[in-house]
Design a protein around this ligand. Structure first.
Ligand SMILES: [Zn+2]
Length: 273
């Protein structure tokens, strides 16, 4: 028969060139439902099966994937996108209120009617507030954009004296799976907002770095061949290095922004003067 995907003539159940099934017919509701349930609940490459392994034996799972057991597990990047989608769904209900609450006290201090505070400070305050809002509202985007920083930090902290010389791409696979754990945990902390507002705020700030260290340690220990303590220490350095790079970038951004804005303001003042 002829493969409907690549036109190769073949005999058997699968095309030897592209791997498409010989039984590909028209789309039916049954097919779509089956496809969806195997993608989520199926044993071979299913989301649920992969998540179960990621949480119960992350290190072993990643070693298996790096050494070639690929079809068995759901791919890392689609997994991260799924986790981020869940995060967006969870936060769409809570983040707005959380932010308003976090800023409510300082909002009453920095109002236009306040006489003790000059207009420039109020302007700076609003700029700061809007920046924070931007980052939190675009968390997923910022998160994905800083992924290279995370990989650079992983390469720098895990690269020395490990079991074998890993490629950059192999660090990316490990880091992306670790970040799936981090994002899912963030979803959980956001959900605590429904029960306890203060708890959710403090969990978000204090536990986030800790979870990153634990997730990176769990995912990378087996592939690196280090002891738990050594992996945890390197993972701590990784998160520290990542935070420092992030902070440095934000600082550079803030300085550039301030230079541009203040320069603009200066011109206006001179013109008015
Ligand atoms: Zn084919």
């Amino acid at each position: 028969m002829k493969c409907l995907n690549c036109d190769t003539e073949f005999e058997g159940n699968f095309c030897p060139e592209c791997g498409q099934s010989a039984k590909t017919g028209r789309f039916t509701m049954k097919f779509i439902l089956q496809n969806l349930t195997t993608a989520i609940l199926g044993r071979d490459g299913g989301v649920w099966f992969t998540l179960k392994n990621l949480f119960s034996r992350p290190g072993a799972m990643i070693v298996e994937i790096l050494s070639g057991k690929r079809k068995k597990y759901f791919s890392p990047f689609p997994m991260l996108f799924l986790a981020l989608t869940l995060y967006i769904l969870v936060t769409s209900a809570t983040t707005g209120f959380m932010l308003q609450e976090a800023f409510s006290q300082s909002d009453t201090v920095f109002t236009e009617e306040s006489e003790e505070i000059d207009s420039q400070s109020i302007e700076v305050y609003h700029l700061l507030k809007n920046t924070v809002f931007f980052f939190i509202n675009h968390y997923t985007l910022c998160f994905l954009l800083t992924l290279p920083l995370f990989v650079i930090a992983a390469r720098a902290c895990y690269g020395r004296d490990n079991r074998k010389k890993y490629y950059w791409a192999e660090y990316i696979i490990t880091i992306v799976y670790a970040l799936v754990i981090v994002v899912l945990f963030r979803c959980l902390t956001k959900l605590t907002y429904l029960f306890d507002h203060d708890l959710a705020l403090s969990l978000g700030f204090t536990l986030a770095p800790l979870v990153m260290i634990v997730a990176c340690t769990a995912c990378s220990r087996k592939m690196l061949g280090f002891s738990i303590a050594k992996t945890a220490w390197r993972s701590f350095l990784l998160v520290l290095l990542y935070s420092l790079m992030l902070f440095g970038l934000l600082l550079i951004g803030a300085i550039l922004f301030a230079l541009i804005v203040l320069n603009g303001k200066g011109d206006i003042n001179i013109q008015l003067g």
